[in-house]
Design a protein around this ligand. Structure first.
Ligand code: AMP
Length: 215
């Protein structure tokens, strides 16, 4: 198992989640998505889920203090394995707090992957997204169609639109990204450990480009 510590950042709909899973499996590291953890918490009706739900449905960010608690617990659980964090940090206070937590553990971020994509391409992409409410599989009516219209390939359930994938919500999420997350990208760019890839193109080619850029 590799011990590498990576971050993957990109606007919602850039494909960062898909790439994070593929890069994790390619490098033999753990994939940790804060969006997935929060959606699971909402689905299971946990206390965290109840606190996060309203923000998520509006396309707003969940408050930093909740996110920091969650990430602290996850870092403890992961121990000394390698990981790729997908969806965290998304604000400057989160980025600074993450640095502090890693310093305490005598760990550091090796590389930050930016998956970049034009906002108008994103709006089209996200509003074409469909998810399986049962097994969590993700489809796209433009690029990754289910075999049978409206049905999950893996479990046959009816596919749905995530509440935060509606157009007005998507535009709001992009505004939030510009305001809160773009400064985080500059922060890592200045540290010199940012690698940027274009999120447009075939899924496999983008993964290959990321792996090449990391070497
Ligand atoms: P994602 O799947 O990464 O797009 O995350 C879905 C939603 O979860 C976001 O729109 C936020 O509401 C919430 N979320 C995920 N990660 C974070 C984070 N690091 N900080 C605040 N909110 C987050």
């Amino acid at each position: 198992m590799s011990k590498e510590h990576l971050l993957i950042i990109g606007p919602p709909g850039s494909g960062k989640g898909t790439q994070a899973v593929r890069v994790a499996s390619e490098l033999g590291i753990v994939h940790l998505s804060t969006g997935d953890i929060l959606r699971e918490a909402v689905k299971n009706g946990t206390e965290l889920g109840a606190k996060a739900r309203g923000y998520m449905e509006k396309g707003a960010l969940v408050p930093d203090e909740l996110m920091l608690g969650l990430i602290g617990d996850e870092l403890d659980r992961l121990g000394d394995s390698g990981w790729i964090l997908d969806g965290f940090p998304r604000t400057m206070p989160q980025a600074e707090a993450l640095d502090g937590m890693l310093d305490e553990r005598r760990e550091r971020i090796d590389r930050v992957i930016l998956v970049d994509l034009d906002f108008e391409v994103i709006v089209k992409r996200i509003t074409s997204r469909r998810v399986c409410p049962v097994c969590g599989a993700v489809y796209n009516l433009e690029t990754l169609k289910p075999k049978v219209d409206g049905k999950c390939d893996k479990c046959g359930a009816d596919l749905v639109i995530r509440p935060d994938d509606r157009e007005e919500t998507v535009r709001h999420r992009l505004d939030v990204y510009k305001e809160q997350t773009e400064p985080v990208i500059d922060f890592y760019r200045k540290k010199g450990n940012l690698v940027a890839v274009n999120g447009e193109g075939k899924i496999e080619e983008i993964t290959a480009e990321i792996i090449r850029a990391l070497k």
